[in-house]
Design a protein around this ligand. Structure first.
Ligand code: FES
Ligand code: MG
Length: 599
């Protein structure tokens, strides 16, 4: 960090105050005067702060940011900055087809161009719905401009007949009830809608609550602010304080590279396990790390994250919802507990200029039913397992959602309590699954493993959340609520399915899943961390050669230009599914100085 007494030369001065090129400066100035800024303000040397707006009518999860931006703007002005709000390519998780997963890298690319190409000295990242948070953090990492994230916050708790109904999680439950004939279509929609009572993002520990909690754990968000529900008064205050703070951060030249260190990422991995975070978190955190240039890979999630206790009792792993999480103390209370066991690097810096240890060390739990003390966790060793074998190089499994029913059925052989094997039924994409899951011809039993392939970054394209598949209706009626699932796609963070996900390389990249056939036997050994097709190497080679001769694993043609561009450049889920290139390519905007003048 530079001496705070000597303010850094602001990059916006290259636009608005360049004595060597007065005609360009005039050109830049005259148009920004158009919406109410005065010449005096623009030439005063005040820092220009972007408000990267992710809220819109297309993205209702983040829509409340349109209101919060006003408070951010007031904070920026109060602290002596100039605020310029601009739109980020909207991403809405449940509305975007074929998957919002396709849009994260597009929003990232767009935001990099905005942050780099306009007269901005710092930025407030308006985060929320699943992919918006990583897209914004990836862009801030690439450009390495002072940046602070502001979560839009979760919806209020959902209720139905006196019980909490959580976003997404209720859908997985309701579809079982529908399949079992317990509710009709109207009851299905009513039950699901009850989970969304206000503005804000999913109120479960889905990918949105996870990624905003991790943004705070990384140090990129004001302490205590991730979990505040969207409609709460405290949320407006957090917006105002965030606006004020970014102006100070520009004066201090406090950049993402000062905050996003390897220690910060390891802290976030530990917090993810303790909150029961989403299986999408490794993809997004690994992506952010690669854009800031910090070494992090999928095995770090098992090495540093697996042996961490589950402390937060939120759906889908537990009972409660977003309002409860905030009232119980949110991220600081969780971090304080983890610090007691030495699991957090307390000296990692955060956006408020202090360390995470200083911010959170004394935070208390306000409700032990929702956030457990570390000596009474919901479970020990609750992080992800990273699995590998002859079907893929890496896949992950969220152990905090392995429930008693699943444990009893698959993990109770006294001779081998961590392993199970069975025949597979293979589906090529969700259409195939929806069409055939209830077909008795498949002869699915409670020993069957369901496989979903063609759902990865290239095959889908974008890696869809389709791996968590329900058992056939006749099995649900017999009391079988989940079967082991395996796939090269993702799963919603709101799902409690103990699935093996994010398998890389995917079938479309000729990973081993492409070679599977229904009826093959697969062995899963959670103790050794392996998943293997029980077939000889010769057999696998012969199948691979035959598939290659047919032109490889088939997947549908691209439907938009971006689908085609992303398919050509995207990497696999274990390395963040980012647009691949050299390391210099990923961090190019940090290293090349300012862009050239435009006329
Ligand atoms: Fe947007 Fe869950 S769908 S946060
Ligand atoms: Mg999702």
């Amino acid at each position: 960090m530079t001496d705070p007494a000597v303010p850094p030369k602001l990059r916006s001065r290259a636009w608005f105050d360049n004595p060597d090129n007065i005609d360009m400066t005039a050109l830049y100035l005259e148009r920004y005067l158009n919406f109410g800024l005065s010449l005096e303000e623009l030439r005063s040397g005040k820092p220009v702060i972007g408000i990267a707006q992710t809220g819109s009518d297309l993205s209702p999860c983040n829509r409340h940011h349109l209101v919060l931006a006003e408070r951010v703007r007031e904070g920026i002005r109060e602290a002596g900055g100039i605020a310029l709000e601009f739109p980020v390519h909207p991403i809405q998780e449940t509305g975007k087809r074929p998957t919002a997963g396709l849009d994260r890298n597009l929003a990232y690319l767009g935001l990099v161009e905005l942050l780099y190409g306009y007269p901005l000295d710092g930025v407030v990242l308006m985060t929320g719905c699943d992919k918006t948070t990583p897209a914004c953090l990836m862009a801030a990492a690439t450009v390495n401009l002072p940046a602070i994230a502001l979560s839009v916050g979760p919806m209020l708790n959902g209720w139905h007949r006196g019980e909490r109904t959580g976003s997404g999680t209720i859908v997985w439950k309701a579809r079982e009830m529908l399949a079992a004939g317990e509710i009709d279509d109207e009851g299905f929609i009513k039950l699901v809608s009850s989970s969304a009572p206000s503005t804000g993002y999913c109120n479960t520990m889905g990918t949105a609550t996870t990624m905003n909690s991790l943004a705070e754990a990384l140090g990129m968000m004001l302490p205590g602010s991730a979990a505040i529900p969207a409609p709460y008064r405290d949320r407006q205050e957090a917006a105002y304080r965030t606006g004020k703070r970014i102006v100070e951060m520009v004066a201090e030249d406090l950049k993402p590279s000062d905050i996003l260190t390897r220690e910060a990422f390891l802290n976030a991995i530990v917090v993810n396990s303790a909150i029961g975070g989403s299986t999408n978190a490794p993809i997004h955190l690994n992506a952010i790390a690669r854009h800031i240039g910090v070494p992090l890979d999928v095995t770090d999630w098992a090495t540093h994250g697996h042996d961490v206790p589950l402390l937060v009792n939120l759906q889908p792993a537990g009972e409660y919802l977003g309002e409860d999480y905030y009232r119980a103390g949110g991220v600081p209370a969780v971090v304080a507990q983890l610090m007691q066991r030495g699991l957090i690097a307390g000296d990692a810096r955060t956006v408020n200029g202090r360390t995470i240890g200083e911010n959170c060390g004394r935070a208390e739990i306000e409700d032990e039913a929702v956030i457990r003390p570390i000596d009474r966790p919901l479970s020990e060793a609750s992080g992800f397992l990273v699995l590998r074998g002859n079907l893929f190089d890496a896949a992950i499994m969220k152990t905090s959602v392995i429930g008693p029913e699943f444990r009893k059925r698959y993990l109770s052989d006294p001779a081998d309590p961590n392993a199970f094997e069975g025949p597979v039924v293979v589906f090529d994409g969700p259409e195939d699954y929806h069409a055939r899951i209830d077909d008795p011809v498949l002869a699915i039993t409670d020993r069957t493993l369901l496989v979903m392939r063609g759902a990865g970054p290239i095959g889908y394209p974008g890696a869809a959340e389709v791996v968590n598949m329900r058992p056939p209706a006749y099995l649900i009626r017999q009391g079988v609520h989940s079967l082991p699932c395996l796939g090269d796609g993702r799963q919603s963070g709101t799902s409690a399915s103990p699935s093996i996900l994010n398998a890389a390389p995917e079938a479309a990249a000729m990973g081993g899943l492409a070679l599977l056939r229904s009826g093959d036997r697969v062995r899963v050994d959670l103790g050794r961390g392996t998943v293997d097709l029980l077939a000889s190497t010769e057999e696998l080679t012969a199948r691979r050669d035959a598939l290659k001769a047919e032109g490889g694993y088939p997947y549908p043609p691209a439907q938009t230009p971006w689908q085609q561009i992303q398919r050509a450049l995207v990497g696999q889920l274990d390395t963040g599914a980012i647009l691949e290139g050299s390391e210099a390519f990923q961090r190019i905007a940090q290293t090349k100085g300012l862009p050239r003048d435009n006329h």
